[in-house]
Structure formats: C-alpha cells, structure tokens
Design a protein around this ligand. Structure first.
Ligand SMILES: Nc1ncnc2c1ncn2[C@@H]1O[C@H](COP(=O)(O)OP(=O)(O)OP(=O)(O)O)[C@@H](O)[C@H]1O
Length: 589
C-alpha cells in the first residue's frame, strides 16, 4: 500500500486497538497487577541492597546478614512467580488479540465487492493479514509490557532516587532532557522509515506470490533469470529501507546509552566523594546507583520500544484501513422477496454499465434481454462484447450505472444478495478448484450434501470414473487449483459441483481451450446433464450448444445486435456467420 495514501496519526492509532483488547479487560487487569508487583519488588531490591551493605557488611552482624538474605530470597521468589504470570498473560493477550484481528479482517475482506480487489493487489492484502498482524502480536504480546514495565520502573526509580539522595538526583534529572532530546528527534525518523519498511516488505510478498502463481508461464518463457533479478530488486529495496531504519534505531540506542551511562559515571564520582567525606553511607550510594541504572535502562528501553510502537502504529493503520473498507454491494435493509411465479426468470432493462476501473469504457450499452424460466439462451459475440459482464451483473458483483437487472421480478439491488446468489450456479471458463480433496470441491456449493449425493453428482458429470482412479478416490488431494488434474477432468469436477448445487439458474461460460475429442465428448455429456430442464445462460463456444439453445443472442460492443436460432442467424446476421465459421467451425457458415 502506498505510504503516502494513509494518514500518519502516530501512536494515537494504537488506541484503535482497544475494542479488540477490551473483551479481555480482566486479563489486562491481572497482567497489570503482575507487572506492578514485579516492578515494585525490583525497586524494593534496591532497599535490600542498601540494608545488606549498611547493616550487614558494615555493622559486621552475621545474623543481620542472614536475615536480610532470607527476606531477599523471599522477595526474589515472589518476583519470579509474578514474572511468570505477567509473561504468560501478556503473551496470551498478544496472541488472542491478534487472532481476533486476523479474523475480523478476513470477515471484512470476504464480504467486500470484487472490484475492491481490482484496486488493491491481493498480495498486499495478504501481507496485512499476516505480516502486520504478526507485528501487532509481538507488540501487544511483549514490547508493550516491556514498555509499561520500564515506564513504571522509570517513575518508581526516579521517586526512589529522590528519597535516597536529593543532591545526586538533581544530576540525574539534569541528564534527562539531554537524553530525551535525541530520542524525540531520532524517533520521528525511525517512525517514517518503519512504515516505508513495512510497505516494501509487502511489495516483496506480493511479487513472490504472483510469480509462484504464474510459475509455469515464467518457466515456459525461460524468464527465471529475469524474475530473479526483478525479485532481487524488490528485496534489495526492502533491505535498503530496513537498513536505514536500523541505522537510525542503532544511532538512537547508542546515543541514549552513551548519555545515560555518562550521567551515571559522573554521579558515582560525585557520590564517591560524599562517601569519602562521610556525608553518605556506602549502602545509600549502592542503592542510588541501583536506582539510577534502573532509571537509565528504563529510558533506554522506552526509547527503543518507541520505535517498535511506531511500527505497530503503522501496522494498525493499515489493518484499520482494511477493517473500515465498506462493500459497495449489500442487501437493502428490507429486501423484496423473489417472485417464484414470475414468468421472466431474468430481465435486463436498458442496462448500461462500465467497470469501476474503466469509467470511459462502456461494457454494456442500454442492453435488454428477457430470459424465461426453463429457457436456454446462448450468448455469442466477439471478444470483449460484454458476455461475461452479463454474468457478473447477474451475480451482483457489480451494479449497473443505468437501467436494472431483475431476477424473478425483483431488481437485484432490492433483493437479498445471498438469496439471489444461492439460486445461481456459475461455471466459469477456467475451472476453479480449492486445494483440498474431491469431496470438498464437489460439495462446495452444498456443504450438507451426503456422500451418496456427491457421488451421484459426480456420476452425472461423468467424473466418477476418473475420480475412482485417483490415488485416494474421492479423498484425493487435488493440489492448488487442481494442478493434479487434466483440463477436462477439472471441468467435469466443477460441473459436478454445479449439479450438486442444483441451481435454478445456470450461468455457464464454456471453455474455449480445446480438449481432445474424447474429453470433449465427456464434458459435453456432463453439460447436457447439468443444463437439462434448467434456466441457462451460456456463453457458447461449441456448435452443439448453439444448436441446442432455444435462442441465441449476438452481442457486439455491449449491445444485442441480433437474435434467433442458429439457422435463422446464419441467414440474417453477417457477424454471426463469421463467428460461426471461426468459433464453431461450422462449414455451413
Ligand atoms: N474487471 C474488469 N475491469 C475493467 N474492465 C473489464 C473488466 N472485465 C472486463 N472488462 C472490459 O469490459 C468489456 C467486456 O468484457 P467481457 O469480459 O464482458 O467480454 P466478453 O464478451 O465476455 O469477452 P470474452 O469472450 O473475450 O471473454 C471488455 O472491453 C473488457 O475489457
């Protein structure tokens, strides 16, 4: 995602995480108690050190020494327990909240209108779902608790410093602005670079994702070398930004440590003079140094974690962007119910439509069509005529800019989207299979179907035979998008899926890729079973299909320019004649 497109709201965007943390308030409270306990006890250790030195060593009392050590051991044991509780619950919180965020983001993505994914690369969205959420997990699950603990220790340490010795404390306080100034200056730069760094990593991910998906094309054109170089470029760009970021952070860290420990050195030197003069006890100086170190490391940790928090703020922003994306396709509050007795199953009323990404290119132009129940209508036309677009509108992936698409007497925009889509089965030109087994893939449109029903559907799609021959039959894993099947087999599987789904309206985009005669024959038989007695709109690429259709619509430039049967159109339409000769190899044409 473009860094410039999202506003940088800084750490305040972390506040937006609260709704996700809020359900676990009790655990937060519990973790905070544990955190306060460990911090408090660590601070108390300083007093232990003082007593140990002043009353144990200096007074030379062995019993006092033993006694002090026992108390100390008790404190250490409680501290260990509280640390366990703090670590466990804080990490738990990180994992839990991240899991919830992932789910919320996915829940949102899956309902978004398809054109959203034309504007945003899927790799980027995936990167948000994985990289950004993982970052949040490490922040909520550890950095935040470190930061809180350091902050508590910092404040507590400062108070204890004041109590222990006022004069020396002033030295420490004098050093604080010196330490804070570089943090503020460098921290801002770290934040900007963090966001850039995340963006570059998302680029790397989406680049690799695309290449892996297209691996066969890449290898067939022997473009591995080129892709390696191109990927290297992406990786190096990401590394370049990351290097700048870590350089700034290292600089930040080194500056802070140098300044903080210089201040401690000066302080020890001054304190040492007071001990020599007898105005300060050895134990007091030791306790003071102890607190000063706590304060210094507190400042260092907080400054380091500031960088982390900035990154988390960036990640949160990116996730929130996704979470607040609104689908432009949704059901009305009170949807009209479909009229199952309506004579026209589908009706396009003067539909004019352009894809959101191409506002100047009309895909459908005042298009009219009525499809009666039970009718099979074939769509024919040159490439880009708008045939697939009709399907996309019927499935309500998009809404037309003018006119209306009606199903069973109701404008698609007034109907319940789920109800509308559940009456349709869409068989796209490229069969889509999920990386799962045959059962899962055939059942996709009707998850509650029994095994027998699945097998019956496979038989009707002439797929049962080849499925039986797969290594594990119906339980065979098909690989990503069914890479382990032939083109004709994939087609028959998706036909089986549609048969099982048993829709009232079938939208069929016949495959153009040529199958061998035997495969073709099998697919054709499967399709016959699928389209029988069903309202069907088919983008036709086969002679048999146009011959069997009740009506053929010839499309050109988003308009229906002719209509009739195959024989009529061969007489009347020059365009149809040409298409028939080319696409259907119809010698009569
Ligand atoms: N997602 C999209 N975004 C932008 N424009 C699109 C999109 N899909 C299709 N188009 C454009 O809309 C017009 C109609 O496309 P459509 O896919 O409906 O044609 P088609 O008749 O199905 O063609 P083909 O037979 O080649 O599949 C074309 O000019 C195409 O470039």
């Amino acid at each position: 995602m473009d860094a410039a497109r999202t506003p940088r709201t800084g750490l305040t965007s972390l506040v937006a995480l609260w709704p996700f943390i809020q359900p676990y308030r009790r655990i937060v409270a519990f973790a905070l108690c544990a955190l306060l306990t460990t911090s408090g006890l660590t601070l108390a250790l300083g007093q232990g050190v003082r007593i140990l030195i002043d009353e144990g060593f200096i007074s030379g009392s062995l019993t006092q020494l033993n006694h002090t050590l026992l108390v100390l051991l008790g404190v250490i044991a409680v501290m260990a327990l509280a640390t366990f509780a703090r670590f466990y619950w804080v990490s738990w919180l990180g994992e839990r909240v991240t899991a919830d965020i992932r789910q919320a983001v996915f829940d949102r993505i899956i309902t978004l209108h398809p054109s959203y994914f034309e504007e945003n690369r899927s790799g980027e969205i995936m990167s948000r779902l994985t990289t950004d959420t993982t970052l949040l997990q490490s922040i909520i699950g550890s950095s935040l608790s470190f930061a809180l603990r350091s902050l508590v220790m910092l404040v507590g340490g400062l108070v204890m410093l004041l109590i222990t010795n006022l004069k020396l404390s002033l030295v420490v306080f004098g050093a604080v602005p010196l330490v804070l100034l570089p943090i503020l200056l460098l921290g801002r730069r770290v934040r900007r670079l963090s966001r850039d760094s995340q963006d570059r990593i998302a680029d790397v991910g989406s680049y690799a994702g695309e290449i892996i998906q297209q691996i066969k094309t890449v290898q067939s054109y022997v473009r591995q070398g080129f892709e390696q170089l191109a990927f290297q470029h992406e990786v190096e760009r990401a590394f370049g930004v990351a290097r700048q970021r870590i350089r700034q952070r290292s600089l930040l860290l080194a500056t802070v440590i140098f300044l903080a420990f210089t201040a401690i050195g000066v302080m020890v030197w001054m304190g040492g003079r007071d001990v020599i003069n007898g105005t300060l006890s050895g134990g007091e100086l030791a306790a003071f140094v102890f607190y000063a170190i706590i304060v210094a490391s507190g400042v260092a940790t907080v400054s380091e974690i500031m960088g982390e928090l900035q990154r988390a703020a960036g990640a949160t922003e990116r996730l929130l962007e996704l979470l607040s994306a609104e689908s432009s396709i949704f059901s009305p509050a009170e949807p009209q119910s479909l009229d199952t007795s309506a004579p026209a199953f589908v009706r396009f009323n003067a539909v004019t439509f352009h894809y959101p990404s191409r506002p100047n290119h009309t895909a459908l132009n005042a298009f009219n069509l009525v499809v009666k129940r039970g009718e099979t209508v074939a769509l024919v036309g040159p490439s880009g005529a708008g045939k697939s677009t009709l399907f996309e509108l019927l499935l309500r992936f998009y809404d037309p800019q003018a006119g209306s698409v009606e199903m069973l007497g109701v404008d698609a925009r007034q109907a319940d989207v789920h109800q509308l889509r559940s009456r349709i089965a869409w068989v796209p030109q490229q069969p889509t299979l999920f990386s799962n087994d045959v059962w899962y893939n055939i059942r996709y449109g009707r998850p509650d179907a029994t095994d027998d029903e699945v097998i019956a559907a496979a038989k009707a799609a002439f797929a049962d035979d080849f499925i039986q021959q797969l290594p594990d039959g119906y339980s065979s894993y098909l690989g990503e998008n069914g890479v382990r099947l032939s083109g004709g087999q994939k087609q028959r599987l998706v036909i089986a899926r549609a048969i099982l789904h048993d829709p009232e309206l079938l939208l069929l985009d016949e495959a153009t890729s040529a199958l061998d005669a035997e495969s073709e024959f099998q697919v054709q038989k499967a399709l016959d079973n699928l389209t029988r007695e069903r309202t069907t709109l088919v983008i036709a690429h086969r002679l048999a299909t146009v011959r069997n259709a009740d009506r053929i619509i010839v499309l050109q430039d988003g308009q229906a320019i002719a209509e009739g049967t195959h024989d009529q159109l061969l007489q009347d339409s020059a365009l149809y004649q040409r298409l028939a000769a080319l696409q259907f190899n119809d010698v009569a044409a």
